[in-house]
Design a protein around this ligand. Structure first.
Ligand code: TYD
Length: 205
C-alpha cells in the first residue's frame, strides 16, 4: 500500500492554540530525525505576503467571492512552491490552515456555494488533500476573548464565528478518517501528546 502523503494540517478558530501545536509537532518530528516544514496560510510565499496584507489589513469592503479567490491564489503559490517540494523529498509539511479554512470561513461563514469552492480549490491545490487534519475546536466566545486587537475577520459578529465552528464540525464528520477533533481548552502539553501519538501511529515515526 502506498504511504499517504506526509501532509498534516491544523484548523480551528483564532485563539485555539493551533499555531503553537503545529510548531510543537514540527519540533517533535525533527527531534525524531524527520524533515518537518512548518508553514501557514495565508502568506508563506513572496506573493502570499502581499495577498495576506490585502486580506487582513483592508479597510474597504470586499466581496466574499474576491476574498475566497485571494485565499485561493495564495494557496496556489503555497502548494506549488512550499508544500509539494517538501512532500516530494519525503518530508512532512505541516500547515497552519489550508482549504478547510476556506470551506469553514468563506463557505459556512459567508455562505458561498461549497460546490464552487470545491471546484476552484481542486484546481488551486492540484488535488492535494491533507492526510491528517487536527481540528482544535473551541467555542467562539472563548477564542475571541483572547484577542484585544482584532483583524478583519476577527471583527465579524459572534454568529459568523458560530457558523464557522459548526461548519468545521460538519467537515470533520464527513471525513472522520482524515480529521481528529481536539478540545482546544485542554492543556497544551496534553494536546501535544495526543497529536504526536496520532502522527506516530499513522506514519510509524
Ligand atoms: P491569521 O492572522 O493567520 O491567524 P490565525 O490563523 O491564528 O487565525 O489569520 C488568518 C485569518 O484568515 C483567519 O481569520 C481565518 C482566515 N482565513 C479564511 O477566512 N479563509 C482561508 O482560506 C484561510 C486560509 C484563512
Amino acid at each position: 500500500m502506498k504511504a499517504p502523503p506526509r501532509f498534516i494540517t491544523f484548523e480551528g478558530p483564532e485563539g485555539s492554540g493551533k499555531s503553537t501545536q503545529a510548531r510543537r509537532l514540527a519540533e517533535w518530528l525533527r527531534r525524531r530525525g524527520q524533515e518537518a516544514r512548518l508553514t501557514y496560510e495565508p502568506g508563506d510565499t513572496a506573493l502570499g505576503q502581499r495577498i495576506r496584507e490585502l486580506l487582513l489589513h483592508r479597510e474597504a469592503e470586499m466581496q466574499p467571492e474576491s476574498e475566497f479567490l485571494l485565499y485561493s491564489a495564495d494557496r496556489v503559490e503555497h502548494v506549488a512552491s512550499v508544500i509539494l517540494p517538501v512532500l516530494e523529498r519525503g518530508g512532512f509539511a505541516i500547515s497552519d490552515r489550508y482549504v478547510d479554512s476556506s470551506y469553514a470561513y468563506q463557505g459556512f461563514g459567508r455562505g458561498l456555494s461549497l460546490e464552487w469552492l470545491r471546484e476552484v480549490s481542486n484546481g488551486a491545490t492540484r488535488g492535494l488533500s491533507p492526510s491528517l487534519t487536527f481540528l482544535l475546536d473551541l467555542p467562539p466566545e472563548e477564542g475571541l476573548a483572547r484577542f484585544s486587537e482584532r483583524d478583519r475577520l476577527e471583527r465579524e459578529p459572534l454568529q459568523f464565528h458560530e457558523r464557522v465552528r459548526a461548519g468545521y464540525l460538519k467537515l470533520a464528520a464527513a471525513e472522520p478518517r482524515r480529521f481528529v477533533i481536539l478540545d482546544a481548552r485542554r492543556q497544551p502539553d496534553e494536546l501535544a501528546r495526543r497529536i504526536a501519538a496520532e502522527v506516530s501511529r499513522r506514519w510509524r515515526v
